[in-house]
Design a binder for this molecule. Structure first.
Ligand SMILES: [Zn+2]
Length: 377
């Protein structure tokens, strides 16, 4: 039985290698895929056939002549018309549900007030929204590849447990299995469910759906009532020992500074969190302190890109401008190049789209620890 398991894993790894190659280099031929992957032409041919049949890939209707003297080849691409991903953000006061294509194009989006913050009730409300969405997908002949869920809290992704979500009042909730049970009861056709922190999901959304090769390292800074960050490092999320990496809202920016919601003094959230923005000169000061935080992140991770998003940035675009100028000044003072700092690509949907990206990210990396919970594909 072990040998069969190994062979299935090997096949999934090989399939993911081909998908990732085709994603980063459109219009690849089977021959080119074989030479880039190191797999034999017959293996590539068999796997490509499967991926075409399952609508992961599409091929041009007619072969295209190659520049060399060889046989004409048929360019392969990711099929962005049949398979879809669902992403869900459970925010403190609302649920956001998006359906995206494999290339990250938002096909549908729904937002509803969160009726009840308790896990069972939130799970139920979410299930009903997804059930309605799945009916629409079925009518359009679209195939669901999986569902990602994210929320504002520390998540043990391997076990699917929400360790702590203070703003929802959750602690040690086995949420992924609750969602799986609910979906099964509602006849939702997927067993592929991922669970992650919202800022981590948002970072992954920016990384996976960048169109081409993702920027790495990439940090997503989420500015809302709280302030958090998601970190993509070496092609994966860096979530820390207990899933709490990136809790930058509670990094200290001033000794004996203003009181923070966590009970400490001088935390970043006390300067940059949404509550601080309403004070006199709050916005300018928040921008400057956000710049300090970007500088600290740059010093720690030397990121390629820092994406700044969240409700505060959508309501106050000047926040990003002030922060970027401040960070650039810090970099120039040391004769260094500042990282690119940009606004979130998906705006208010950043976390929900990121939750959808979780599904694709895991599927394309079968050796990540979370995938051991995933039924065979
Ligand atoms: Zn704090």
């Amino acid at each position: 039985m072990k040998a069969t398991g190994d062979l299935q894993l090997l096949k999934r790894i090989n399939r993911s290698v081909l998908l990732r190659l085709i994603r980063s280099q459109p219009d690849l031929s089977r021959a080119r895929l074989a030479s880039l992957s190191g797999l034999t032409k017959s293996t590539v041919s068999a796997l490509v056939r499967e991926l075409l049949d399952e609508h992961w890939l599409s091929e041009a209707a007619a072969p295209v002549a190659t520049q060399s003297m060889g046989r004409p080849s048929t360019p392969l691409n990711i099929d962005t018309t049949r398979r879809v991903l669902i992403g869900i953000e459970i925010a403190v006061d609302c649920l956001r549900v998006v359906c995206v294509s494999l290339s990250g194009v938002i096909l549908t989006q729904t937002e509803a007030p969160l009726q009840d913050q308790r896990p069972e009730q939130a799970c139920r409300q979410m299930g009903l929204l997804v059930q309605a969405l799945c009916r629409q997908l079925q009518e359009k002949g679209l195939l669901l590849s999986g569902v990602g869920v994210c929320l504002p809290g520390a998540v043990d992704e391997a076990l699917g447990i929400v360790r702590l979500a203070p703003n929802l009042g959750w602690r040690d909730v086995p949420f992924r299995s609750m969602v799986a049970t609910e979906f099964a009861a509602l006849g939702i056709p997927t067993a592929y469910i991922q669970l992650q922190n919202d800022a981590d999901a948002a970072a992954l959304g920016e990384y996976e759906f960048a169109g081409g090769s993702g920027d790495d390292p990439l940090i997503f800074v989420n500015c809302d009532v709280g302030v958090g960050a998601g970190i993509v490092l070496n092609d994966r999320l860096f979530t820390g020992f207990l899933g709490a990496a990136g809790e930058i809202g509670h990094s200290i920016l001033q000794v004996d500074g203003p009181l923070c919601s966590c009970g400490r003094k001088g935390c970043a959230e006390a300067f940059i969190g949404a509550r601080a923005l309403g004070r006199p000169r709050g916005l300018v000061r928040a921008g400057q302190y956000l710049g300090v935080m970007l500088q600290n992140l740059d010093a720690m991770f030397n990121p390629h890109v820092i994406v700044v998003g969240g409700r505060s940035c959508i309501d106050h675009p000047a926040l990003i401008e002030t922060a970027r100028s401040a960070q650039q000044a810090y970099a120039h003072a040391a004769g260094l190049q500042a990282p690119e700092v940009r606004a979130a690509r998906f705006g208010v949907q950043a976390a929900a789209v990121g939750a959808a990206a979780l599904v694709l990210h895991q599927f394309l990396r079968p050796l990540l620890k979370e995938s051991k919970h995933v039924p065979g594909h």
